[in-house]
Write a protein that binds this ligand. Structure first.
Ligand SMILES: [Zn+2]
Length: 672
């Protein structure tokens, strides 16, 4: 432990010195106390106490559906990326280079006159094939092209690491094919969702009309999608890694769902080598087979025309883009107005060329020093986790040994990839924006299908480095922290340890805990689905997590709409574990030292302020409704209140007694 501490201190002082010159004029504030609402006692509602004034002063901007630290930081990153775009566009670049791709994509997007003139032209060949299909199998034969172009069809096909053999890639098929955010939008009986369904029908008809089709098929498409939605599994059902792992010989699967023409589909996307395939939701495919059979050719045609157009709507021209925004952003999420054109273009390029953009982003804006500091912080968290596992009361020794073994095999990635993906074969031209979009999508899909049969690329990142987020991968047993996140308010080298551990430390703990949440705990340290638990321990773990699910299911963020404690369970376990462990890691970091008060708060209090600060948000009601049924994360407020209800140290830090926020000590849930 001592060595960890010394190394860390050494890093810290070096790093602070190195960084001073860069940030001399604008040292960021670790925690801005003007955001505190002192009229609310910390022990009554800590979320409101820590953030109340910020919340009152930060209504959701008209161009957004919610507003949080994540959005603020994303905006700051976007401003940096915009600077990069403006610089890159000035130069002359060799074909196939990162700069050429970005520069020409940007030029093509800025040329709005050309976009209006081109319209649907790049889509016509396929559109004609859909319209002239003489049979359902003609339509099904178009699936390979549609899939590669990123167009929604009733199934998805993808390559990932095999859950039971993480050293190999495997092909999977999974349910898909609906235009509303998830199956609940089709099946919920209340007025609000009925209204949305009506508006969805209108939206489909408008898009059809814009492309010159008779605007009459919306209702039939809704009926067809409702059948598809009924056959689909819910998000909660899909969280089960065993139930969604049905590995079979491809030939057998193909025989079982003849209407899908799986063999033809796999051939079309160069996956004929797939001997075995994982079927994500077998009952869905049984039903899909019937739905294809029973639905008329005409309705299927309309369905495919709609999804083909809908998939490109935000790129075709202004009229399509505005209509797409009207439904998907305003009606579904409450966003009032579009972002300025340049910002929309940036978001498109950043989404489509994530790594190339990220490569330029980190070169210009990411201090290498942050990488070292975060790495040592991760090791501090790992060591706190180690002690916590050893001291767990509910877990027996046999399982503890296995858990510790898994903990030691966790790997991590910080900042950006060691090796960048090769984009040199991607064709991007100065003119032809929509074609550039199509080419990039096809390139991305081929990049994925090319993996089959090759050794697993453990250096690959599942997120671009400028992203304000982090992740845990169960197959890699790795936690990943992109450069985009490693900035204020989550972290800064100049912040006091308490704020850094409450912020990024809590996030690191959260990602670690995903390896031990209700799903991650079913994977071993090699990333394989395998049971390393004794039955008794698994049962005790299940009982604890059930109580946590019940706690969250009792939260009612909107009248009549509750958090789904089952659907959000993994995230809530991760928040509770992450926060608990980050606090323990902070104590290690301080090693008995008592830092002085800052702004009248002691270090324990500042730790919890740091956590509350990163989850502050304002959100539109439509967006909150949407997220309560589609997002596996709880709303920001409950990411603060939920874990803190169970953390005794929080009550101690603020001198809470019989407070509203915390459970009686005997009822507090401690998992990790
Ligand atoms: Zn998470």
């Amino acid at each position: 432990m001592k060595i960890t501490y010394l190394t860390l201190s050494l890093f810290s002082s070096l790093v602070v010195m190195g960084l001073k010159s860069e940030t001399m004029n604008k040292e960021p504030v670790a925690f801005d106390t003007t955001q505190i609402d002192r009229s609310v006692l910390p022990c009554n509602n800590f979320y409101r106490h820590a953030n109340g004034n910020w919340i009152d002063k930060n209504p959701v901007p008209t161009t957004e559906s919610r507003w949080s630290c994540f959005n603020v930081l994303t905006k700051e990153n976007e401003a940096k990326l915009q600077t990069i775009l403006e610089e890159v566009i000035k130069g002359k670049h060799k074909k196939g280079t990162t700069h050429q791709l970005i520069s020409d994509f940007y030029k093509s997007a800025l040329d709005s006159a050309e976009r209006e003139k081109t319209g649907l032209a790049p889509l016509q060949t396929i559109l004609k094939k859909i319209v002239s299909a003489g049979s359902k199998s003609d339509l099904v034969n178009l699936y390979p092209q549609l899939l590669q172009m990123g167009v929604r069809i009733p199934l998805s096909v993808y390559i990932s690491r095999d859950r039971k053999n993480s050293e190999q890639y495997i092909t999977s098929i999974s349910q898909s094919g609906i235009g509303l955010p998830n199956r609940d939008y089709y099946l919920k009986k209340d007025e609000k969702f009925e209204k949305i369904r009506e508006q969805y029908v209108d939206h489909i008809n408008v898009i059809m009309a814009l492309a010159g089709f008779e605007p009459i098929s919306g209702q039939a498409i809704l009926s067809l999608e409702t059948k598809i939605a009924t056959a689909q599994w819910s998000i909660t059902e899909q969280r089960d890694p065993y139930k969604t792992y049905n590995k079979k010989a491809t030939k057998l699967v193909a025989d079982h769902y003849p209407m899908v023409n799986l063999i033809g589909l796999l051939e079309g996307i160069r996956l004929s080598d797939a001997q075995d395939i994982i079927v994500g939701q077998p009952t869905y495919f049984e039903n899909l087979n019937k739905i294809i059979e029973e639905t008329s050719l005409n309705d299927w045609k309309s369905y495919h025309i709609w999804h083909f157009l809908g998939s490109f709507a935000s790129h075709i021209n202004d009229a399509f883009e505005e209509e797409d925004f009207r439904f998907y952003s305003t009606i579904l999420r409450g966003t009032k107005e579009m972002k300025p054109r340049k910002e929309r273009i940036l978001n498109t390029i950043n989404g489509m060329l994530g790594e190339p953009m990220g490569q330029l982003f980190v070169a210009k804006y990411f201090p290498e020093s942050a990488k070292m500091y975060i790495s040592s912080m991760i090791e501090n968290l790992r060591s706190a986790y180690r002690e916590s596992i050893m001291n767990l009361r509910w877990m027996g020794d046999t399982t503890k040994q296995k858990a510790l073994k898994k903990l030691e095999t966790f790997t991590y990635k910080v900042g950006y990839p060691d090796e960048w993906k090769d984009y040199s074969k991607l064709e991007i031209k100065k003119k032809g924006y929509l074609q550039n979009v199509i080419n990039t999508r096809i390139f991305g899909y081929k990049f994925m299908t090319n993996k089959l049969g090759k050794p697993v690329d453990k250096k690959e990142w599942g997120m671009s480095p400028q992203t304000v987020n982090a992740y845990y991968s169960s197959s890699g047993n790795e936690i990943v922290f992109p450069a985009g996140l490693l900035q204020p308010p989550f972290f800064h080298i100049s912040f006091d340890d308490a704020i850094n551990y409450g912020g990024i430390g809590g996030v690191i703990g959260h990602e670690f805990t995903h390896g031990f949440d209700d799903q991650g705990s079913k994977f071993d340290g090699e990333g394989n689905l395998s049971n390393w638990w004794t039955d008794a321990d698994r049962e005790r773990f299940g009982a604890l997590t059930k109580r946590l699910a019940e706690q969250y299911s009792g939260y009612e963020p909107l009248p009549g709409m509750y958090i789904n404690g089952e659907m959000t369970l993994g995230e809530n376990i991760a928040d509770l574990g992450g926060l608990t462990l980050a606090f323990a890691a902070l104590k290690k970091q301080l090693a008995g030292k008592e830092p002085g008060l800052i702004d009248d708060y002691n270090w324990q209090q500042r730790f919890y302020l740091g956590w509350a600060n990163v989850w502050k948000q304002t959100i539109r009601e439509d967006e909150l409704k949407n997220r309560l049924i589609t997002d596996v994360h709880s709303p920001g407020e409950y990411r603060v209140l939920g874990p803190l209800a169970n953390i005794k140290e929080f009550g101690n830090a603020f001198g809470c007694k019989d407070c509203k926020m915390q459970k009686p000590e005997a009822e507090m849930i401690k998992i990790w």
